[in-house]
Design a protein around this ligand. Sequence first.
Ligand SMILES: [Mg+2]
Length: 221
Amino acid sequence: MERIKVAVDIDGILADFCYQFCNKVNEIYGIKKIYHNYDAPHWDLYKWYDELEKVHIDKVLEEIYKDNHFWETIPVLQINNSGIELLKYIIKFREDIHITFLSSRDGIDVLLQTCKWLSRVLGENTSNYNVVITNEKIDYIKNNKIKYFIDDKLQTALEASEHCIVFKPKYLYNQISKDDSYVLGRLREGNLEEFLLYVLDEVGMKFSDIYWFFEYYRNKK
Ligand SMILES: [Mg+2]
């Protein structure tokens, strides 16, 4: 059986990178401003703090690079909790779908930290997914015939639409403007849950397959 190949970005989709970054800034400079991925004002984090110069942000990035727990202790992006539950279901039960976590993060032991974090968040069932750390996400998607992909970075989402169906959650820093070019119909706006439901629908999901999922969330409310 040919498995459907799905790629999922980590920061801004599963993990609240912005929160962890702001925490680091607070640790170093004592500035208590916290952004989350959904309310950070700009993609360029050099523009987040009026009180800090480029050299200060560079210092933060350097400290992050040297920190061998930064990526391991990053908080889950709470607004995507239901999507993460659905991801756990796919990893545990759907042998027709293969997930690749595709990230461009950087730092000491970044792959090890990321794998530890994923197995903590998603459960120990690690045989159904792989983790790829690369700055060349588009090449990876092309060369590995990824069919569905979700990423919060606008430029990556636009370019990926040349090769697959791509979802982009709608945050302040990644709005599509009229000058952006992408393949019509291939770039969609939606969060992790909407993305995974779309993929499941494409592979012929029956509602009864994931009935428990909706029950679980109904009972939680
Ligand atoms: Mg991201």
